[in-house]
Ligand binder design. Sequence first.
Ligand code: HEM
Length: 381
Amino acid sequence: MSRAQVLDLVEAALPGDELHDFLRAARLSGGLAEATLLGQPARLVTTYADLKGFMIDEVTFPGGTIYQFQVEPAIGPTFISMDGDQHVNTRQQAMPAFRSRPVSRFVDEQLVPLAHEVVDRFAGRGEADLVAELANVLPFWAISRKLGLPIGSEDKQRAVTRALLAHVADPAGARRAVDTIDAVVRPVMDERRREPRDDVLSRLITAGMDDAQVLSHVRLLYAVGATTTSDAMSNLLRLVLPDPALHDVPVPLLVAESLRLEPPVAVLPRLATQDSRVGNTEVGAGTLLLAALAAGNRDPDVFPEPDRFDPHRDGAEVLSFGVGPKFCPGWNLARSQLAAALSVLLERLPGISVVETTEPQGAILRSTPRLVARWTGSTGS
Ligand code: HEM
């Protein structure tokens, strides 16, 4: 790939097919194409086999290193910025509440009623921007409930999570966001120390974490749990709602295929700690690698007709939740949440159609900014 084609992936919006055309060209160029991330030269990993191969090697390409710069200064030490045994042990201590049984219970008892509550706010109006009113609301409410925190204004919740994750660009803003969320968490944490309940905060406490560890992990889960799910929900609605033929397909199949075609985390960074190889390409120590999950999900060697939305394909595992030791521990909650949102929407708003929408955009985190839908009648919850 020529220098002229080198793109800074943080700057680039790459709406719709532009991202996928760019990644296809990178894959066809063979080896690891050049790109930059915040001005730093980087190499793009784009084939399914190379992605699977290098991301499981946590000695040469540890997942925690980048997060030590990207999130730890704001959020504090958590398992996302750790590697090796420390990562495994802390992750095990923090995440039991995200295993399949507690998640199914949470979905039935709390999440589905929350989805109805969100839909109640606009169902009678006959028209709404479902990104603004559903995708940007439900995941923020859901993570607060799951953690055991009160549900606040979704706009404030979104602003806090955005600021926590933007520590590199705006450290002062991230510090203010930490103060805001800690002011909510501290009183609940004190209450749960006295009287534990069925929520993540209580689990972190009973797992033996001290106050500083509990606070860091709540900040982490609050920040990463909602934004990715919100972005995935906007892309799911964008892919499914405009095509009425898809409205009768089983919802879990639609969720899985939308995550393959438009993953909300399109590209992930990794740093090589020693001279090594990715596929057939030599990679020097210190090389910044960009794992293009969105490219692996459309690798034609693994997914035939990769650009087609086909909810009935069965085959290889998609890469949207990552690969290896840092595979997303929230995948179960995320998929259940996406399925609950779409099911409730299709059940409550029969005959829904899309009036106006935008393409998914963003080359690192990818979401659909707007989708206005209209319906003629609505059913009660
Ligand atoms: C559709 C929604 C989601 C997507 C696409 C997604 C994607 C990912 C990906 C790709 C990774 C791997 C990061 C890496 O290798 O560097 C990851 C890790 C992670 N995700 Fe998710 N995620 C989603 C939802 C969630 C939710 C709901 C939670 C909250 C519980 C969550 C919590 C985490 C955490 C804590 C990590 C770090 C894992 C570790 O360090 O071991 N994610 N996610």
